[in-house]
Design a protein around this ligand. Structure first.
Ligand SMILES: [Zn+2]
Ligand SMILES: [Zn+2]
Ligand SMILES: [Zn+2]
Ligand SMILES: [Zn+2]
Ligand SMILES: [Zn+2]
Ligand SMILES: [Zn+2]
Ligand SMILES: [Zn+2]
Ligand SMILES: [Zn+2]
Length: 421
C-alpha cells in the first residue's frame, strides 16, 4: 500500500471504537475492528452501530458538523482547542427523593438527550409520550436505541467526504454541493411546543406590528381550518387529535400549521423515531438523514456510501461502486464471476462452497450452487437417482411424490411404516 492510501485509511477513523464488544454476537465477536472499506466489523460482520462503542464525543462532533453552516448553529459550540463544531446536546438529570420506610434515598435519572425547551415539565411530558424502550435514559435500552439510530440515520459518511473511502476530487466536490443543498433545503430540528401556547404567542406577535408574520399567517390558517370553538389539533401523521395540555412537535420546514405527536415524529421510510428530532423534509414527508439521502442518490450496498461517480453497477436490485461488488466473505471482485446471494450479500463460489453450501442428505457431500437440487425444509439433496431416493426401497424420487420424515424421504406409506414404526 502506498503512503497516500495509508493516510486515507487513518482518516477513516479505524481507531474509533476498536475492541468494543458486539451487542448482537456477544462473545462470538472478539471486539470491533473496522473493515478497510465496508462500514462493518471485520470479526463479526455487524455494523459499528451494533457494537457498544462508548464515545458520545464522536457522535456530538458528527452532529455538530451537520449543523455547521446552517440556521441551527445555536445548537453547536466550537471546541476551543481546534475549532471543531460540537453538538450542544441537551442532557437532563432529574433527582427524585424516594422514601423507602424510614430512609430517604435519591434516585437520579439522566436523559442523554431531551428536547431543549424552557419548561422541564414539558420536556418530561414529551419523554413520557415516547415508548418506554425508546426514552434515552442513560444506561437503559432506550439510550442504546438512540445511539444506534444516531449511527443508522445520520451516517458520518453522508456528510463528511473525509469519512469516505478514496473519493476523487470530482466526487468530493459533488458531495460538498450535495451536503450544502440538503442543509439549505431539507435539514431541520423539531420544535416542541404546547399547541395552545403557540397560538397565544402568535396572537401576541400578530397584534404588535413587525411581528413574525410568516408564522402568524400559518397558524391563522390553522385556526380557521379547525374552527375557533373547542380547538382541536390533529397530528399530521396519525390524524388523531392531540390530548389537551400535551406538547406537540413542530417542524419549521413543514410550516407551523402541522404538528405531530412526539411518537409520530418518525421517518416515512424506516418508521424509526427521528433521532434527537433531526429531520429532513421533502415533498410533504419527514425523512431521517439516511433515507433522505437514499431518495436523492444511489447508495453502494458494499461500502454504504452514497455514489457520486457516474460509473456504478446495479446487481440484485442494489447499487454498487464498480470496485465494491465483491464477495462478502473474502472481498474478491465479483464482476464477471459466479456468485451466490446469501442473506442479500453476494458470495463468491469458493467461499460459498466452503462456508454456506448445502450438504446432500444422500451422499453427505456439499451441493454445488449451480447443481440441480431438491430442498425440503432445511434438508437438501442432489436431484439425482443416486442421492434423492426412498430411504427404504431406494427408488429414485426425482420428479415423484414423496413423504418426508425429518431427513428421510419415502416413496409410499408402506416404506415409511417399515422404517419409522
Ligand atoms: Zn456482531
Ligand atoms: Zn464485531
Ligand atoms: Zn400522531
Ligand atoms: Zn429512515
Ligand atoms: Zn462502495
Ligand atoms: Zn469469497
Ligand atoms: Zn448427493
Ligand atoms: Zn420405497
Amino acid at each position: 500500500m502506498d503512503l497516500e492510501n495509508k493516510m486515507k485509511k487513518i482518516t477513516l477513523g479505524h481507531e474509533q471504537g476498536a475492541g468494543a464488544p458486539c451487542l448482537k454476537c456477544k462473545e462470538k465477536c472478539e471486539g470491533f475492528e473496522l473493515h478497510f472499506w465496508r462500514k462493518i466489523c471485520r470479526n463479526c460482520k455487524c455494523g459499528q452501530e451494533e457494537h457498544d462503542v462508548q464515545s458520545s464525543t464522536e457522535d456530538d462532533k458528527k452532529v455538530g458538523k451537520l449543523f455547521e453552516d446552517t440556521k441551527y448553529t445555536s445548537l453547536i459550540a466550537k471546541l476551543k482547542t481546534d475549532g471543531v463544531p460540537v453538538y450542544k446536546r441537551n442532557v437532563v438529570t432529574l433527582t427524585n427523593p424516594v422514601a423507602a420506610k424510614k430512609d430517604v434515598s435519591f434516585k437520579t435519572v439522566t436523559y442523554e438527550w431531551a428536547p431543549p425547551v424552557q419548561s422541564q415539565a414539558v420536556a418530561m411530558r414529551y419523554m413520557e409520550l415516547l415508548p418506554k424502550e425508546k426514552q434515552p435514559v442513560a444506561g437503559s435500552e432506550g439510550a442504546q436505541y438512540r445511539k444506534k439510530q444516531l449511527a443508522k440515520q445520520l451516517p458520518a459518511h453522508d456528510q463528511d467526504p473525509s469519512k469516505c473511502h478514496e473519493l476523487s476530487p470530482h466526487e468530493v466536490k459533488q458531495m460538498e454541493q450535495f451536503v450544502k443543498k440538503y442543509k439549505n433545503e431539507a435539514l431541520g430540528v423539531g420544535d416542541v411546543k404546547l399547541p395552545d401556547e403557540l397560538k397565544e404567542q402568535v396572537k401576541e406577535t400578530s397584534k404588535s406590528p413587525g411581528g413574525e408574520k410568516g408564522t402568524a399567517a400559518a397558524v391563522g390558517s390553522m385556526a380557521a381550518q379547525t374552527g375557533q370553538q373547542g380547538e382541536k389539533y390533529a397530528c399530521f401523521r396519525c390524524k388523531l387529535n392531540m390530548k389537551e395540555g400535551d406538547p406537540a412537535v413542530y417542524a419549521e420546514r413543514a410550516g407551523y400549521d402541522k404538528l405531530w405527536h412526539p411518537s409520530c415524529f418518525i421517518c416515512c421510510v424506516c418508521s424509526e423515531l427521528l433521532v434527537d428530532m433531526i429531520y429532513f423534509w421533502k415533498k410533504g414527508k419527514l425523512y431521517c438523514g439516511r433515507h433522505y439521502c437514499d431518495s436523492e442518490k444511489p447508495r453502494c450496498a458494499g461500502c454504504d456510501e452514497l455514489i457520486f461517480s457516474n460509473e456504478y453497477t446495479q446487481a440484485e436490485n442494489q447499487n454498487w461502486h464498480l470496485k465494491h461488488f465483491c464477495c462478502f466473505e473474502c472481498d474478491c471482485v465479483l464482476a464477471g464471476e459466479i456468485y451466490v446471494m446469501v442473506n442479500e450479500k453476494p458470495v463468491c463460489k469458493p467461499c460459498y462452497v466452503k462456508l454456506h453450501a448445502a450438504v446432500c442428505q444422500g451422499c453427505h457431500n456439499t451441493i454445488d450452487p449451480e447443481a440441480q437440487r431438491v430442498s425440503y425444509g432445511t434438508y437438501n439433496w442432489h436431484a439425482s437417482s443416486e442421492c434423492f431416493l426412498c430411504s427404504c426401497c431406494s427408488k429414485c424420487l426425482v420428479g415423484q411424490k414423496f413423504m418426508p420424515v425429518e431427513g428421510m424421504v419415502f416413496c409410499s406409506v408402506d416404506c415409511k411404516k417399515k422404517l419409522t414404526s
